[in-house]
Write a protein that binds this ligand. Structure first.
Ligand SMILES: Cc1ncc(COP(=O)(O)O)c(C=O)c1O
Length: 380
């Protein structure tokens, strides 16, 4: 299989990830516990070490505020439901994934919040000025997708952070598509809440995500439960990370993430996926009937792009790529319906191509040839 769906999840994972998960399961495998027996203390240390490394990676300064979650969606829900109160106004964008749009729309329909969704420019990039103009005295939160999972276009997070800081509004950045390839600096960019999964360009396994909660954020726990300590307290303990973490964590997944972080090479990965993307887009640009959706230059995108082919539905083209060429791409709306509405590609969507750190130029050659063959077949 030629795997070009790395925007969904990176595959394959480095061998060290599976090895670390197997080792954790077979050689320690216990639940972390504060002040417990040695193996439990060692599991707790492993979690603390991963929190520290993730916090360093995004230039934060308080690792206990790096909260483990089940995936990117879970981390975003912890943030959105944790900070919003009745009467709040939220500014978001047409680029958001449903993991942001749906919780916000749910709260809006319950009558709890009001919502402004700003659009993007022809290049697929939002204008920070529009965000600033949408902020009202009731605005508590601005939620921004750091890079579109439809077009790959990277968004001006630093500029938006300067605006939210000036207006004393919380800034939630969804780094699902950027962490592990783009240098994120939550301190300089004034990000209050950073949510991301482990299973994309961090190269970790599925089942782990994280939410970093900045020091100024007033957040309530969406979940309450056992934290391994403070068991006499009838309520969730106020200390970090227990304040937002309950229940047995995915220690096996976090052990895999620890191994993934060990050899992470974001710059190398970014160079690889951009080279693949440029190669693919140059190749299909010459083919009549194939159109790219989104115009941001490759050097302002992560390794994701969307195309459509005249005369054939995206689902059908995706099925032909799979069945006749053994090429895995994602066809449809990519959980980002508002982006497709603005591009005019709703409700069918696009064919999304997303190389990963292990994609080779030969695989891209094969993908270009397959797209060309489909477009020619439709034409004739
Ligand atoms: C931009 C964006 N946000 C959030 C998510 C949700 O992440 P997860 O699938 O880990 O819940 C994704 C996943 O595709 C995404 O692309």
């Amino acid at each position: 299989m030629i795997y070009l769906d790395n925007a969904s999840t990176t595959y394959p994972k480095p061998g060290r990830v599976a090895a670390a998960m197997q080792a954790y399961l077979t050689q320690s495998g216990v639940s972390p516990g504060r002040g417990g027996y040695a193996a439990a203390v060692s599991a707790e240390r492993m979690l603390a070490d991963v929190r520290r490394r993730l916090t360093q990676l995004v230039r934060g300064d308080e690792p206990t505020r790096m909260i483990f979650a089940a995936n990117g969606t879970d981390a975003l829900n912890l943030a959105i439901h944790g900070v919003l109160r009745a009467g709040d106004h939220v500014v978001t964008t047409a680029l958001e994934h449903n993991s942001v749009s749906r919780p916000l729309e749910t709260l809006r329909r319950r009558g709890m919040i009001t919502l402004t969704r700003v659009g993007f420019g022809a290049d697929g990039v939002i204008d920070p000025g529009e965000i600033a103009r949408a902020i009202t005295p009731q605005t508590r939160l601005v939620a921004l997708n750091h890079a579109s999972n439809v077009t790959g276009a990277i968004q001006p997070a630093r500029e938006v952070g300067a605006i939210t800081a000036r207006h004393d509004v919380l800034f939630l950045l969804d780094a699902a598509q950027t962490i592990g390839v783009i240098d994120i600096d939550i301190s300089a960019w004034r990000v209050d809440l950073l949510a991301f999964p482990a299973h994309k360009e961090l190269l970790g396994p599925p089942g782990v995500g994280a939410l970093f909660v900045g020091p100024e954020v007033d957040i309530v726990p969406v979940r309450q439960g056992g934290t391994g300590g403070d068991s006499a307290d009838p309520l969730q303990p106020p200390d970090w990370p227990s304040r937002l973490e309950s229940g047995t964590p995915n220690t096996v997944g976090i052990a895999g993430l620890a191994a993934a972080l060990h050899g992470l090479e974001p710059l190398k990965t970014l160079a690889t996926v951009r080279a693949c993307m440029a190669h693919f887009l140059d190749g299909v640009a010459e083919v009549p009937g194939i159109h790219r959706v989104g115009t941001a230059p490759v050097d302002r995108c992560v390794g994701t792009a969307s195309v459509i082919i005249d005369g054939i539905g995206v689902e059908e083209a995706g099925a032909i790529l799979d069945e006749s060429f053994d090429i895995a791409v994602r066809a449809g709306l990519h959980c980002a319906p508002y982006a497709h509405r603005q591009y005019g590609t709703f409700p069918d969507g696009t064919i999304r191509v997303s190389p990963g750190p292990f994609t080779t130029p030969r695989e891209i050659d094969a993908a270009v040839a397959a797209f060309r063959a489909i477009a020619e077949e439709v034409r004739n």
